[in-house]
Design a protein around this ligand. Sequence first.
Ligand SMILES: NC(=O)c1ccc[n+]([C@@H]2O[C@H](COP(=O)([O-])OP(=O)(O)OC[C@H]3O[C@@H](n4cnc5c(N)ncnc54)[C@H](OP(=O)(O)O)[C@@H]3O)[C@@H](O)[C@H]2O)c1
Length: 317
Amino acid sequence: MAHWTTASIPSQRGRLAYITGANSGVGFHAALELARAGATVILACRDRAKAEAARARILAAAPGRIDAAQIEIADLNLASLDSVRSAAQHFLGSGRSLDLLINNAGVMALPQRRVTPDGFELQLGTNHFGHFALTGLLVPALLAAPAARIVTVSSIAHRSGSIDFANLNWEHGYKPWPAYRRTKLANLLFAFELERRLESSQARAISIAVHPGVSNTNLFSAGPGQSRGLVAKIIPLFIALTAQSEAQGALPTLYAATSPDAQGGHFYGPDGFQEMRGYPVEVRARPQAYDESSAARLWQVSEEATGVRYDFPTQRS
Ligand SMILES: NC(=O)c1ccc[n+]([C@@H]2O[C@H](COP(=O)([O-])OP(=O)(O)OC[C@H]3O[C@@H](n4cnc5c(N)ncnc54)[C@H](OP(=O)(O)O)[C@@H]3O)[C@@H](O)[C@H]2O)c1
């Protein structure tokens, strides 16, 4: 069977996509290809200069094919609930429906424990709580679209992730990698639980989970690259041996975002060895990601922590 590539992307004309962390890596390439296929894309980024630069790179990458008006910028710092609320308000204020939300931004394995202004451990606050709040606040715009998709970017790192509800934010015994793995397991618990809730309210929107395998992005230099010692030395070697390009890493996201075959509640990643590289296929998460009682508990904790309660009025197709 032929591989699924960017050539398989159907026309995205008329669709509006909101992508977190779209100024680099997987999010950037997802934005570029969606725009190339005709979508209007909102680059939701915490650094406006980086977002402007990404916008210029997108326009330069497909001269004449992408209209400048197709690339918008939104200010969004997922590590701040104030920023998430104001970004969501800003979007909702435009009165538009939203066809595609890509929960992509992330930070990984910060050497020291840091906390957000809301008191969350920074990786959990950014990767999970920020996206949980953003998605919940954007629900009215997503439900207003004819067939919205919410794509959440997890990782193979979820496989050894665990959720300790008694020490969710690592007040005790912070460890950089386990903290990251927890967030990527949380991404999956969230994406699957969101699908169950959308389905039970007969919503027209679906929630899909993806992972990019191992991709040579800034993620490694921004997080573990700051550490001293062995980890900092091993990372470049690991990347050289295993990583695929950023563009290839964006394929599962693009598949989930655009393929008519992608389904709600499913998980897509690369087809190669250990799912580290390759072309998008359906993959299975570890059993803990499908644990409905953990998912329900995380949902409740996330609603309490963020103050964002999801409202799904029953929709009929
Ligand atoms: N690369 C891999 O091998 C790999 C493997 C598995 C999963 N993933 C997942 O893929 C996703 C994308 O990562 P990537 O590999 O493409 O890395 P990346 O190039 O570093 O992209 C991460 C993006 O997230 C943004 N971001 C970080 N903190 C943010 C915040 N508080 N608010 C808003 N945006 C924030 C970054 O913005 P700045 O540029 O301002 O920092 C950047 O745009 C992440 O969810 C990551 O966990 C990646």
